[in-house]
Design a protein around this ligand. Structure first.
Ligand SMILES: O=C(O)CCC(=O)C(=O)O
Length: 307
């Protein structure tokens, strides 16, 4: 689909975006604006600053992304997660149950693998991030990869990322990378339109009232001033109403990369894919190497690491 055609896409009538038992009303839902990387890095940076995100179409070679998807599901197959005998690059979920504890252990191995390291450090992305950050880009070691089963209630509540990374610079950039196509019905990220300004305000309010906290607590997402363990809210329709704005969704394709500001509020919706595809994505964080680094992120992701 061309980028111009993407802009024209309309709400698919057969399903509604949903999360945490609530459906997003059409009038509170919109679409992300796609960006062609060919507009150049200065224009991309301007869009990122204006909108709090930039959805870069086909930044990465699609074949490499699909190949990595295949590799991940091959290594999760033993857990019963993927339909046996299917093409692993499709990532079709098995109809029966799977061994969640084994899958969690495998996932922790996969995020420590050379293959994943290579995927995240692939030259088109690394070079782009150097240009984007106007210096040498630093990729945080703690990197997350997530799979979401079709029909599962799992959805990421609304939050902004700085809450988890308050121990260094605020000049951070998150790259959210779909590993395979993630059309809206598969529950990709949704962004609260214009919310990077809200995140800045919330952060200033938090700083103003955090004088009673110890330095460790002040940078922890789980301090006593944070509602619901650092989440802003699980009620996405209520947030859109409260701030009189919309949640922006997209039909992401393999090869796309979305960059978002650490103040931009985002969430995910549930995976409702009728063809039972697993949603697979990674979210990784960059900054300029010369800015202060939050040392708590100098280790690989571990489940329950409270970061
Ligand atoms: O993929 C998800 O569900 C959440 C990702 C996220 O919160 C992020 O990229 O910052």
């Amino acid at each position: 689909m061309s980028i111009a055609a993407d802009v024209m896409q309309v709400q698919k009538p057969e399903f509604s975006l949903a999360a945490h038992g609530r459906t997003l009303p059409a009038e509170r839902t919109g679409w992300l604006t796609p960006t062609d990387p060919a507009i150049g890095v200065d224009a991309i940076r301007r869009r990122y600053q204006d909108d709090g995100y930039v959805w870069l179409k086909s930044l990465l070679p699609k074949a490499g992304v699909i190949d990595f998807r295949r590799w991940v599901f091959e290594h999760l197959a033993e857990t019963g997660l993927v339909e046996s005998g299917s093409d692993f690059s499709l990532g079709i979920a098995s109809a029966g149950g799977f061994d969640k504890s084994l899958a969690d252990r495998r996932l922790m191995s996969l995020v420590r693998s050379a293959a994943y390291e290579g995927f995240c450090a692939q030259p088109p992305l690394a070079r782009f991030m150097d240009d984007f950050l106007q210096g040498i880009s630093y990729l945080h070691k703690r990197k997350l990869m997530r799979f979401i089963q079709p029909g599962s209630p799992t959805a990421t509540p609304a939050h902004y990322d700085l809450v988890y990374l308050r121990g260094g610079t605020s000049r951070l950039v998150t790259a959210w990378i779909p590993i395979g196509d993630i059309p809206t019905e598969m529950g990709g990220l949704v962004y609260l339109e214009g919310s990077h300004a809200l995140g800045v305000k919330m952060e200033a309010e938090f700083r103003a009232m955090s004088g009673d906290l110890s330095p460790e607590e002040r940078i922890s997402a789980y301090n006593s001033h944070m509602a619901e363990g650092g989440w802003v809210s699980k009620d996405l329709p209520d947030m859109a109403e409260r701030f009189d704005t919309r949640w922006l969704a997209a039909d992401y394709e393999a090869g796309d990369v979305v960059l978002h500001s650490p103040y931009m509020i985002h969430a995910s919706t549930i995976n409702q894919d009728r063809s039972r595809r697993l949603r697979l994505s990674t979210d990784i964080r960059y900054q300029n190497v010369d800015d202060e680094i939050d040392v708590r992120w100098n280790n690989h992701w571990s489940l329950g690491d409270m970061l």
